[in-house]
Design a protein around this ligand. Structure first.
Ligand code: FE
Length: 175
């Protein structure tokens, strides 16, 4: 510690203004248990809850919730993905490990895998950071669809409009 540091109370906050162009922070209390309307349905049993939709850097942070066992999707990642399992359990057909509650997973660029939720799991919730895009493919890599931060934002707008929160409800999660 330098002499200069010792002059200050350790609880003294940073005294200078933040950069003028810095964006606002996002704070989401009870992210996994809040108002059901905030969960955006993808299918009847799969939904996601946006946390940060980063259109300037092209990634999104969200909670993925699955309430049915079985194959969820087969997809390729051009960029890395980080996942933290909050509830339940899942695995990929292409790997022998299982992502379990409390566990962390890194999916490197170039992965193509098929997400499966086992039969005895009633509800799975995983916090994912997805960078760039998810490319949906058939077993031989033929592209069948994609998602990126912009398709996510569009889904949110449409859903929030429909449930009465208003299309601009999603704005608080966009950076
Ligand atoms: Fe994946």
């Amino acid at each position: 510690m330098s002499n200069q540091d010792q002059e200050y109370d350790p609880r003294m906050p940073y005294q200078l203004p933040f950069p003028l162009d810095a964006q606002e922070e996002i704070v989401v209390p009870n992210a996994a248990t809040s108002d059901e309307r905030i969960w955006v349905p993808q299918t009847e049993t799969v939904s996601f809850r946006p946390l940060c939709l980063n259109r300037s850097q092209g990634y999104w942070m969200n909670l993925l919730r699955v309430r049915q066992s079985g194959v969820l999707s087969r997809h390729r990642h051009p960029q890395g993905v980080h996942g933290f399992v909050l509830k339940g359990r899942w695995h990929y057909l292409e790997h022998d490990w299982v992502a379990e509650e409390g566990g962390y997973v890194y999916e490197p660029p170039g992965e193509t895998h098929t997400l499966v939720v086992p039969d005895d799991v009633k509800e799975m919730i995983t916090y994912f950071q997805v960078n760039g895009m998810m490319v949906y493919v058939d077993p031989y890599g033929k592209v069948t669809g994609y998602e990126d931060v912009f398709t996510k934002i569009e889904m949110c707008r449409k859903h929030y409009e429909e449930v009465g929160l208003g299309a601009d409800y999603v704005d608080q999660f966009i950076r």
